[in-house]
Design a protein around this ligand. Structure first.
Ligand code: SD4
Length: 333
């Protein structure tokens, strides 16, 4: 979805932005939602507007007494199966060779984790990642090996490249004789989803078709534990969205969790992690990176480079609403 489309959509929704939060807090100094009293459990937070539908599925699992891990998986499966989402699973944009390759990771707060990268033809890579976590001694499987494992586990092959997306790709190929993948602020929209269950356990899931028209075999941040997501029940959870190479350089999600461990609030931890990303990526004005975080008290936060980012929060206090986080750039630079 383009920035213009997203803004149009946002105008139609009840948005809990910074301004709304300030009003709720009744203080001029507060700039983020985390200054609200700690929420009660459960809590779900996820990236972008497609997070709303994912949150609804995850929250239903949690209010039913389900685990944070089950909820995280159930939530992002909604996005993976949605053919209208161009950046995740079915309907995702292909690599520069016209092949849809998927990255996904899942993690619980005790250190359990599994991931798949460059996986082709499987509708729910997040569920394969979970099988890697629970049915193998490994953390990560990639490419053909990941697909072979998925088929052995009973997953079936699906054609993920929709005809209209194939047409788009052909036009891109025709218009880009240099054959270089675009690096720009629009080339993103992974779903990363964080959960806190009624027992106080945390989990995270992250799944994507990655950067559009990437090199075949390219792996982004999303399936890398510590980059695309990280969880520690003692502290909190974080996930990333945006230009994966920039997130990887800063080990972004691990950094956010470690900053919360040092006592920073979720939004401040995300802001400091974005500052680190900026320090490591001189091209930061032409890319987007955003983080969201959830601490063990149920406080949520986010921060990004470009102002076009939003995330969805669902808790007993926040009825599945989009939040527009603070950003490093205002969009006028
Ligand atoms: C990647 N981070 O593969 C992903 C892309 C994305 O929101 O869509 N992020 O780099």
């Amino acid at each position: 979805m383009s920035t213009a489309d997203r803004r149009r959509f946002l105008r139609q929704l009840p948005v809990l932005g910074v301004a709304g939060t300030l009003a709720a807090c009744g203080t001029e100094q507060s700039t983020t939602q985390e200054h609200l009293p700690p929420t009660t459990r459960p809590v779900v937070v996820s990236t972008w507007q497609h997070g709303l539908a994912a949150n609804a599925a995850a929250y239903a699992v949690l209010v039913d007494g389900g685990t944070a891990l089950d909820a995280a998986e159930a939530g992002v499966r909604v996005t993976e199966a949605d053919p209208a989402v161009r950046t995740v699973g079915l309907g995702g944009r292909p690599d520069r060779d016209g092949i849809v390759t998927l990255d996904a990771a899942i993690m619980d707060g005790a250190g359990g984790c599994g991931s798949v990268a460059a996986l082709e033809g499987i509708l729910h890579p997040i569920s394969v990642a979970r099988r890697v976590m629970e049915a193998t001694p490994h953390v990560m499987l990639v490419g053909d090996g990941a697909q072979q494992f998925a088929l052995a586990q009973g997953f079936t092959l699906t054609d993920l490249l929709l005809p209209e997306i194939e047409e788009e790709w052909k036009i891109w190929q025709r218009d880009n004789p240099g054959y270089r993948p675009p690096i720009n602020v629009e080339n993103h929209d992974t779903i990363g989803l964080l959960t806190l269950d009624q027992q106080g356990n945390l989990a995270a899931a992250c799944t994507t078709s990655g950067a559009a028209y990437k090199y075949h075999g390219r792996v982004g941040d999303s399936p890398l534990i510590g980059a695309g997501l990280y969880v520690d029940d003692e502290v909190g959870a974080a996930t990333a969205t945006g230009w994966g190479e920039a997130v990887i350089r800063a080990c972004g999600s691990f950094l956010v969790v470690e900053l919360m461990r040092q006592g920073h609030s979720p939004t401040e931890a995300c802001r400091l992690a974005v500052e680190r990303v900026i320090a490591k990526n001189p091209d930061y004005r032409s890319i987007q990176v955003g983080f969201i975080a959830l601490d063990k008290l149920g406080r949520t936060g986010g921060y990004c480079i470009q102002p076009d980012f939003d995330y969805a929060v669902y808790s007993p206090q926040v009825d599945n609403q989009l939040v527009v986080p603070p950003s490093k750039l205002t969009g006028n630079e």
